[in-house]
Write a new protein. Structure first.
Length: 444
């Protein structure tokens, strides 16, 4: 952010520190509120924003990723801190294996309290080091939230350092140590919340009920600041419907399995100005995302990519149902010929166009014959790339044009599709059992 832009509004910029252990792009309900707050505050030219959050998150949310991008574009700086794991949350068997003696000598309450303190203190130490190392400006305002302890402890240290020069707004979305019901550790958790509410200038609560259930200092200035919704999330979902969705679900492990021809064709069409990159969505559901992501990055399409991770078969069908184009990949080599893949047949019930990529050195594959038989879409064979690549590229452009002009992509499959219906296949077994033998094609 250009710090001189404050001159535009004729006043000094205000510095805000946001201390939230949960933050974008981590997919967690605790990430949403303060990510949204940071996004909207970052649009105010009066503010420069510095965010301190935990690093050890893996599962990301697409909408929060977009919020994070906006925050950064508006000058917000995010510092991800590795404060270690919260061991009290580890599964019991794992915990007992790693810390057998400690586990036997202590219960959940002690584990919870000490782990929270150790992790929080580490968070504060690293965050304070970042402030010093980067010579960050003094915060005019500090916003911190519980869960977990580190955000409030860091805000507390900032308040102690700068006193009345900094206004601290603390926030609670849960009671501290809600699972700790009684005893000395319940008192220690209550002491922490009282300490936070005493030292902060204002305290916000996500609900009226939480306000009355949490222990707080008698001088607390309480406000209700709820969790909620963001209209822009829904708008992004609506915008997403305008995109051409190319989806692949399932395994992607074999050395000859590839979708590079699809991604290369997309890249060329974008570079030629025939397709707008923002209207392309490439989505994958499965466990082989590293290979998929590598192929996508090789063509510079990572901004178009979404990863659903490992999902159930039911969820996979839901994801396939949102597709405009379903992608599949098999191989045809001297060692393995005739590969069709059950996933390809499973796609047929959705009656959506299929792009099939056949790796390997042999042409005239069963996949190409199958695709021609059912008029299922387009099949590209690596062995016939000179002929197939122009056809693949044109098909993708045609699908894109159809989606942009009509909002839908339609594929007119032939009647041969029905012979792959498992109800029909069950009928074959029925005929065998009833007739004892089968001669010629069977019809139901």
């Amino acid at each position: 952010m250009d710090l001189k832009k404050a001159d535009i509004v004729g006043e000094k910029m205000k510095t805000i520190y946001i201390c939230s252990e949960y933050f974008a792009p981590y997919q967690n309900v605790g990430s949403v509120k303060f990510t949204k707050i940071a996004k909207y505050l970052s649009r105010n030219k009066k503010y420069r924003i510095f965010i301190f959050t935990r690093k050890n998150f893996s599962k990301v949310d697409r909408l929060l990723e977009d919020d994070l991008r906006q925050i950064r574009e508006n000058g917000g700086q995010v510092y991800y801190i590795d404060a270690g794991k919260r061991y009290y949350q580890a599964p019991g068997k794992l915990y007992r294996k790693v810390y057998p003696v400690w586990y036997r000598l202590s219960g959940y309450n002690l584990n919870y309290y000490l782990s929270s303190i150790v992790s929080a203190k580490r968070f504060v130490k690293i965050a304070s080091g970042i402030v010093a190392e980067k010579n960050l400006p003094r915060p005019d305002y500090v916003l911190s939230t519980y869960d977990d302890w580190g955000g409030h402890y860091f805000a507390m240290s900032l308040k102690e350092r700068w006193k009345d020069k900094t206004v601290w707004i603390s926030d609670f979305r849960d009671p501290v140590g809600g699972a700790v019901k009684k005893g000395v550790f319940r008192k220690l958790c209550d002491r922490f919340s009282c300490q936070v509410t005493e030292q902060s200038n204002y305290t916000t609560f996500v609900s009226e009920g939480l306000l009355h259930s949490i222990k707080m200092h008698s001088g607390t200035k309480p406000l209700i600041a709820t969790n909620g919704f963001d209209y822009e999330d829904y708008q992004r979902v609506l915008e997403d419907k305008k995109k051409l969705h190319l989806i692949y679900t399932g395994s992607f492990y074999h050395k000859n399995m590839t979708l590079i021809p699809v991604f290369r064709a997309l890249r060329e069409l974008i570079d030629e100005g025939k397709i707008e990159e923002k209207y392309i969505s490439i989505e994958y559901a499965g466990v082989y995302n590293t290979k998929m992501y590598g192929e996508i990055c090789s063509q510079g399409l990572e901004k178009c990519y979404s990863d659903w991770g490992e999902v159930s078969r039911y969820q996979s069908i839901l994801i396939q149902d949102r597709a405009d184009i379903l992608m599949t990949s098999v191989w045809n080599t001297k060692e393995a010929q005739g590969v069709l893949a059950g996933k390809t047949l499973g796609y047929l019930m959705l009656k959506k166009p299929i792009i099939a990529i056949v790796g390997g050195t042999l042409g005239n594959s069963n996949m190409k014959k199958f695709m021609q038989e059912i008029n299922g879409g387009i099949c590209y064979e690596e062995a016939e790339q000179e002929n197939d690549y122009p056809r693949l590229k044109q098909a993708i452009l045609d699908y894109y044009t159809q989606k942009s002009e009509t909002g839908n992509v339609v594929q007119n499959f032939t009647g041969e599709v029905e012979k792959y219906n498992l109800e029909y296949v069950a009928g074959l077994y029925e005929k065998i059992m009833e007739n004892g033998n089968v001669e010629g094609p069977l019809k139901r």
